[in-house]
Design a binder for this molecule. Structure first.
Ligand SMILES: Nc1ncnc2c1ncn2[C@@H]1O[C@H](COP(=O)(O)OP(=O)(O)OP(=O)(O)O)[C@@H](O)[C@H]1O
Ligand SMILES: [Mg+2]
Length: 348
């Protein structure tokens, strides 16, 4: 029989010992290292103004005023670990193009080792371009090739994991279904880290979770979890059944179902179920919250946190990030604030 912990772990509800323990975990971030394996992307923003409709077709004409680039996809997960002060390593595939070169230069500027990034010459770097005028998105276009990467690239990625495995506390598989994550890759990674104290967490995008069989932890949102478990999650009962089905069917040690404004629910293979309420006070931008969740979760696990402690901190970090405009990361200092609230604070 499962034990359900209805944990309303909002900041104000944390006890003195909870806060002390969270501080200890966050203090260990700089000595902890996370390897991010996944679909590297660039988020490009083109900003401008619209003052007329084109005479050529019924579309707005955007006068471009500026342009910016951000780390996207698995690179955004990396950015989240980085901004928490954690050690990072990265591997993935890019193309031999300007966007790929931008990505490498950006990571080098952050002092991130880019030796694990494989360049495929006949493949474009995945780029999502958003054209924004007067704070509104006018159009988005994606440049990508979702075909599986070369088997040679997979071998090189696995070799890289083998080369860095001694320093790692956790591996994130950030799957955006853009061609990197396959059974062959995951088996290769499992093999080279087997017997080591390295936790593997996956943020899934592919519908068939047997691909992720026996990884330690998975973080689907409630739609993904319902689909993979074969039932739509409408009620609390469906949620619990789905979580338990995923644990049993795919051999995970923990399943963390993220539920947007409802927070998240953690299912552990020891029978424990923990519901964690969302903490955001004002929500501005929910995109990328999933990347913050898996980045912080993995870093906490690398720092020695339990699944429950890691989930509570990841939920806090996600609550902070959805309250921000234009930034999809949280700093270590911001997360540390969670330890400074007194137990008598009542907000959340
Ligand atoms: N509206 C919200 N209010 C408060 N917290 C939120 C909100 N939306 C998301 N969060 C926080 O972010 C976490 C992850 O969000 P969500 O469940 O939407 O993940 P996701 O669908 O994987 O997101 P993504 O689009 O980044 O892949 C939630 O568990 C919660 O902690
Ligand atoms: Mg997601």
């Amino acid at each position: 029989m499962a034990t359900i912990d209805f944990c309303v772990w909002v900041v104000g509800g944390l006890s003195v010992s909870d806060r002390k323990r969270f501080r200890e975990i966050i203090d260990s971030f700089p000595g902890s290292k996370v390897l991010v394996v996944g679909d590297l992307m660039v988020d490009q923003f083109i900003w401008g103004q619209v003052s007329r409709i084109s005479p050529e077709a019924p579309v707005p004409v955007v006068k471009v005023t500026s342009e910016s680039f951000l780390l996207g996809g698995s690179a955004n997960v990396l950015n989240n670990v980085f901004s928490m002060g954690g050690g990072v390593a990265v591997t993935g595939v890019i193309g031999s193009d300007d966007m790929g070169r931008w990505l490498i230069a950006r990571l080098r500027k952050m002092n991130v080792d880019t030796k694990g990034i494989v360049v495929e010459h006949d493949r474009p770097t995945t780029v999502k371009t958003r054209i924004v005028a007067h704070s509104q998105q006018v159009v988005r276009f994606d440049r990508e090739n979702k075909q599986p990467v070369n088997s040679d690239s997979i071998d090189r990625i696995v070799e890289y994991v083998e080369a860095v495995r001694d320093d790692l506390g956790a591996v994130v598989i950030s799957d955006y279904n853009k061609g990197i994550v396959s059974k062959r890759l995951l088996n290769g990674i499992k093999e080279v880290i087997s017997g080591r104290n390295v936790v593997v967490c996956v943020d899934p995008k592919q519908g068939d979770f047997s691909l992720y069989q026996d990884l330690d932890m998975i973080t689907p949102n409630h739609h993904e979890a319902g689909r993979a478990a074969g039932q739509e999650i409408v009620s609390e009962d469906d949620l619990v059944k789905s979580g338990e089905t995923l644990l049993e069917r795919f051999g995970f040690k923990a399943v963390l179902i993220t539920r947007g404004e409802e927070g998240m629910s953690l299912f552990e293979n020891n029978g424990g179920i923990t519901h964690i309420s969302a903490v955001a006070r004002e929500v501005f931008d929910v995109t990328g919250a999933g990347d913050t969740v898996i980045g912080v979760l993995a870093l906490c696990l690398a720092a020695g946190a339990t699944f429950k402690e890691a989930a509570v901190l990841a939920n806090h970090a996600a609550g902070i990030v959805v309250g921000k405009v234009g930034t999809s990361t949280v700093s270590r200092e911001e997360l540390m604030m969670v330890c400074n609230y007194s137990a008598t604070d009542s907000h959340g």
